[in-house]
Every structure is written in C-alpha cells, then in structure tokens.
Ligand binder design. Structure first.
Ligand code: FES
Ligand code: FES
Length: 177
C-alpha cells in the first residue's frame, strides 16, 4: 500500500530566527564573523556591526542606489538583500576601492571635477562608475548615463559625474579598477 506521506512536501528546510544567527561576511578581502537577526539587510550589517558607514541608506527600498556595493563584482542595492543571503560571495564597499594608499581613479576624478555636493549619493555612484570602468575602460556618454541611471542624486551632480567619467574614459590607461 502506498505511503500517504510519500508525496507530502519536505519539512526538512531549516528555519532561521527570529533570534540572531551566526554568519560570515567577506568584506573588502577579510572574513567577518557576525551575529545578525535574519531580518538584517546587508546595508544594516555593513553600517552597524562592521562600522562601514561609507555605504549609505537613503530610500531603504531599492529605489535610489545610494546603498550600492559589489557582490562578486556586480553592483547590488545592499538595502534589498538580507545579510544571511550573501553567503560566500565577496562584498566590496566604498572603503575597499582605494588601493596601495591611493584613491580609486573614479574617486580622484569625482574630486577633480567637483562631482560631489552633499555626498549622500556619492559612494553608490562611485561604485557603479568603478564597475563600469572595470568592464569597459573607455565608456562613452551613453554608457555612463546608463551606468548611473538607477542613482537618484537630489543635488543634481549628474553633469559633473559625466564629465569626470568622460575624462577618465579619454585616458590611455586606467591604473586600477
Ligand atoms: S537605500 Fe538602497 S536603493 Fe535606496
Ligand atoms: S550629491 Fe547630494 S544626493 Fe547626490
């Protein structure tokens, strides 16, 4: 006779929370063991227990890109992914862009072209621009506009961001990124 439980869904999936659970986040090349409640977003984990406040939280609902970081090199909104979902993926934040005591070329270009006002959107904007340069060292204006199209800058820095990126795109070499 057929077992009546044979076709029932498995109940073996583990349930996390509501209390804190141990995880390890790989951030800017280092492993960080943490205890976080399952509801904790990656942005909250970065800014809270890890103290990496360069990543900003503005809308907190995936609409403005202020919280952008890289996961395995891809730009993601860290307010819209839970810390427990990250797993082994490598996280890069704005604090991890400078190398060898030098700012990333995008950071230098933003300063040189005055692409910052209040600065709240800037870390996220820099992460997207640096990701674009890593993929395409000589982007055109249309590609730059597409790369920053998800970023809401209340101060209206877009023309200067585009100038900064076009200046980088015109250079012979991009030192790192
Ligand atoms: S704060 Fe994450 S998208 Fe706005
Ligand atoms: S510089 Fe103020 S929001 Fe962009």
């Amino acid at each position: 006779m057929e077992d009546p439980q044979e076709h029932e869904p498995s109940t073996a999936a583990s349930v996390l929370g509501p209390g804190a659970v141990p995880i390890v986040l790989w951030v800017n090349g280092e492993a960080h063991p943490l205890l976080v409640e399952p509801r904790t977003t990656l942005a909250e984990a970065l800014r809270g227990p890890l103290g990496l406040t360069g990543t900003k939280i503005a809308c907190d609902q995936g609409a403005c890109s202020a919280c952008s970081v890289w996961l395995d090199g891809l730009v993601v909104a860290s307010c819209s992914i839970l810390a427990i979902e990250v797993g082994e993926r490598r996280i890069t934040t704005i604090e991890g862009l400078a190398a060898g005591g030098r700012l990333h070329p995008v950071q230098e270009a933003f300063i040189a072209h005055d692409a910052v006002q209040c600065g709240f959107c800037t870390p996220g904007m820099v992460m997207s621009c640096a990701a674009l340069l890593a993929e395409n060292p000589h982007p055109g204006e249309a590609e730059i506009r597409t790369a920053i199209s998800g970023h809401l800058c209340r101060c209206g820095t877009y023309p200067h961001v585009i100038q900064a990126m076009l200046a980088l795109a015109d250079r012979e070499e991009i030192e790192h990124g």
